[in-house]
Design a protein around this ligand. Structure first.
Ligand code: HEM
Length: 183
């Protein structure tokens, strides 16, 4: 097990306290008080739920976009970024049936996911975890994680509203929005 594998354990313990949980699409997750972010190999016996994912290579990002991101994207763990969002997402069979170039066309050429996200940097730090190749029974395809300062929470909500109105989000069949604070 290497550092690419992460587990998000919802339960009574963990550094992040849950401030709000809502099911945006599909089944909710059981309500929990805290979320612990740990290496994927550790057992989580007391947890209400455990979501596993792994960071991976990029699928859609073009060279010039990667350079633009690299110039502005902040690291995780900034002391001022005391709030976080864990948003697990599952996309539909129709999404996974598309070819790679068709998915890129939906995600960026038509939905402007990357261009829109870029406008909200450096306020928002992010990390994407993939779940699909970890096993048959993973409940989500992606675990998305964001960190920001309390003052940037409205901007983060505006970003989510923009993305959820796009063609890309028509392929999202399950999405749970879990908000957290380190405070
Ligand atoms: C903060 C600004 C954001 C930026 C700069 C950004 C950027 C990106 C980029 C570059 C990718 C593609 C990575 C690749 O090439 O494989 C990506 C994928 C993704 N992002 Fe964002 N994003 C942002 C915010 C969000 C938000 C708020 C959500 C909502 C939860 C989100 C959900 C996702 C998902 C689910 C994927 C995987 C899509 C797929 O592979 O089908 N992103 N993002």
């Amino acid at each position: 097990m290497n550092g690419r594998f992460l587990a998000f354990a919802g339960g009574a313990a963990g550094a992040w306290r849950v401030t709000r949980m809502s099911a945006v699409a599909g089944e909710p997750l059981a309500t929990v008080e805290r979320v612990a972010v740990t290496g994927g190999a550790q057992p989580q016996e007391s947890a209400g739920w455990v979501l596993r994912g792994a960071t991976s290579n990029e699928r859609y990002l073009r060279g010039e976009e990667r350079a633009m991101l690299a110039a502005v994207q902040p690291p995780l763990g900034r002391p001022a970024a005391s709030e976080a969002a864990l948003i697990p997402i599952r996309k539909s069979a129709a999404w996974w049936a598309l070819a790679q170039d068709e998915r890129r066309a939906v995600l960026e050429e038509r939905s402007r996911h990357i261009a829109t996200g870029l406008r909200y940097l450096p306020a928002i730090a992010r990390r994407l975890h993939h779940c699909r190749d970890l096993g048959e029974a993973e409940p989500f395809d992606f675990l998305t994680w964001f960190e920001y300062a309390p003052a940037d929470a409205p901007a983060f909500d505006a970003l989510l509203a923009e993305l959820r109105a796009t063609e890309e989000w028509r392929y999202v069949e399950r999405e749970v929005d879990v908000r957290l604070t380190r405070a």
